[in-house]
Ligand binder design. Structure first.
Ligand code: GLN
Length: 246
């Protein structure tokens, strides 16, 4: 959790145009709206190809998913010009949320045929794009973000890459339904303190509003947020769970 308490959430999106498949930008809209409903400020900045990344400039850094060809451009840019800043941001306690292609970029590498794309090296994992079928479908995972508090994240996954966690990495959750990191291990995503990666699109946060609130709390150093009327969000979550077969 951030050390200082703040009443304004500053979000920085990396590659918001290229890494924005399945309307992943909806995650940012949800964060903004949930802040505004509570009277919290919200600002969004972007760091695109060739642009510098200020590690102190945001409380939450976000990367969405992308197709392989766009991801390739971002992988080289990230490794060449943003890697140190991403590490510095994580070290100072900023939240980092990465979805699908963005998640893959947080690891050591993404092997794409003969080519090995570099990653940020922020978490101990690597991803291999295999010839086999893409891992597609509704997915539900069980997570325990706080000790003893088990909850379900529901969403949709579509990835050709299989992600393998190294010995230093712990999964974000356990697959209840769906494929997860590699279709075999039962692991989904990665969590390393304030760094979170997952394959869940949907977009992720509108279907799991409680998770969005947890991210806001962590990013701002707030112990809890005021309640909102979440009946619509809960309905979206329930639909996503049912779609996954829970
Ligand atoms: N290009 C990556 C893959 O196919 C990520 C896809 C995505 O972000 N949905 O594995």
């Amino acid at each position: 959790m951030a050390e200082r308490r703040s009443s304004q959430l500053r979000v920085c999106a990396l590659y918001p145009e290229l890494m924005n498949i399945y309307a992943d930008r909806g995650n940012l809209l949800l964060l903004e709206q949930r802040c505004r409903w509570r009277g919290l400020g919200f600002t969004a900045t972007a760091a695109d190809l060739g642009q510098p990344l200020d590690p102190d400039g945001a409380d939450l850094f976000y990367i969405g998913g992308g197709q392989d060809r766009d991801q390739r451009l971002c992988a080289f840019d990230l490794a060449e010009s943003k890697r140190d800043a991403v590490h510095a941001a994580a070290e100072r306690g900023a939240m980092i949320l990465a979805v699908c292609g963005g998640y893959q970029l947080l690891g050591h590498s993404y092997q794409l045929g003969d080519e090995t794309l570099p990653g940020a090296g922020l978490v101990d994992l690597h991803t291999v794009r295999v010839e086999g079928p893409r891992l597609i479908g509704n997915v539900a995972i069980e997570v325990e973000l706080e000790p003893g508090d088990r909850r379900v994240l529901a969403g949709f996954e579509n990835h050709g890459g299989r992600t393998h966690l190294g010995s230093q990495a712990t999964p974000l959750g356990r697959v209840l339904k769906g494929h997860g990191n590699d279709g075999r291990s039962g692991d989904e995503g990665v969590r390393q303190g304030n760094v979170i990666g997952t394959y869940l699109h949907g977009p992720l946060l509108p279907k799991n509003a409680w998770f969005a609130d947890w991210l806001i709390e962590q990013a701002l150093g707030l112990p809890s947020l005021s309640e909102l009327d979440d009946s619509l969000e809960q309905a979206a979550h329930d639909t996503a769970r049912r779609a996954a077969g829970l």
